[in-house]
Design a protein around this ligand. Structure first.
Ligand code: APR
Length: 255
């Protein structure tokens, strides 16, 4: 089916929607130059499997290696700017003021683009916390505040002296119960979910489109390749989010 026709179908579904929810994954930030975990790593980091560095076990065994890996990821993400997909989603919020974004991304590109209603399931790569959450979950620590001498090693929590770690959810860790509940409620009450740039392999985030479907809502997917979500999508727009989303938003404005 021609993409133009599919865009019209998406617009028709969106015009009929009263409770729109958007689930985003790494694909939405791809066109901003943010590499995913599943992309090959460059240089020094090429010898490591990132999915094995992003675990509590790796941090316990080699804290400095994991800390340095996150410093490297932060460095690559620092210059990243919102792309047309992030900006189109921010525009969409003006049309659907109740629209909720559920994101698996740890960058802040949705916020930078101007979206305001965001559930960040996997945390924030630019924040740090005490690895023991000694003052409650999370015990955030501003690393610039930590003695610069210390920054050559893994910084320590100013309250209890434990290592500081990135405020992200690692493989094998539980998500925040409050955030997960909020995401489930948003998904169950959505009459339409837009799923953008996720492979749908990491649960529980990947369960959200199913929750919407089971509650009677519809699912539209935007992804240049088939994902785990595609078989349950009512409509799959095969293409890049930065190309397709602005076209949907423009068509919606004209509709
Ligand atoms: N537009 C839309 N989708 C795209 C684009 C694009 N320009 N480029 C790539 N994609 C799609 C890919 O086809 C793939 O299906 O984005 C998806 C990215 O998949 P993953 O790398 O698996 O990212 P994600 O689904 O967000 O991963 C989930 O796993 O890496 C961990 O915790 C991390 O939050 C992450 C979670």
């Amino acid at each position: 089916m021609a993409i133009e026709h599919q865009i019209q179908q998406a617009v028709a579904l969106m015009k009929a929607s009263e409770r729109l929810v958007v689930l985003t994954g790494a694909g939405v930030s791809k066109e901003s130059g943010v590499p995913t975990f599943r992309d090959a790593l460059d240089g020094l980091w090429a010898q490591y499997d990132p999915t094995r560095l992003a675990t509590p076990q790796a941090f316990a065994a080699t804290p400095k290696l994991v800390w340095d890996f996150y410093e490297y990821r932060r460095q690559i993400m620092r210059p990243a700017l919102p792309n047309p997909a992030h900006r189109a989603l921010a525009q969409l919020e003006r049309r659907f003021p109740e629209m909720q974004i559920i994101t698996q991304n740890v960058d802040d590109l949705h916020e930078q683009a101007g979206s305001t209603r965001i559930i960040r399931l996997h945390g924030n790569i630019n924040a740090n916390k005490c690895s023991k959450d000694c003052q409650g979950d999370p015990t955030n620590v501003v690393v610039a505040d930590v003695d610069s001498q210390q920054q050559r090693d893994v910084p320590r929590c100013p309250h209890c002296g434990s290592y500081v770690r990135p405020d992200v959810v690692w493989f094998g860790e539980m998500l925040s119960v409050e955030l997960l509940d909020a995401a489930k409620i948003a998904s169950a009450t959505a009459d339409l979910m837009l799923v953008i740039g996720t492979s749908g392999v990491v649960i529980p985030a990947a369960d959200m489109p199913q929750i919407t479907r089971r509650a009677g809502g519809k699912v539209i997917e935007i992804n240049p390749i088939e994902s785990n979500i595609t078989p349950i999508a009512d409509l799959w727009l095969c293409g890049a989010a930065g190309d397709i989303l602005p076209r949907i938003v423009a068509a919606l404005a004209d509709a």
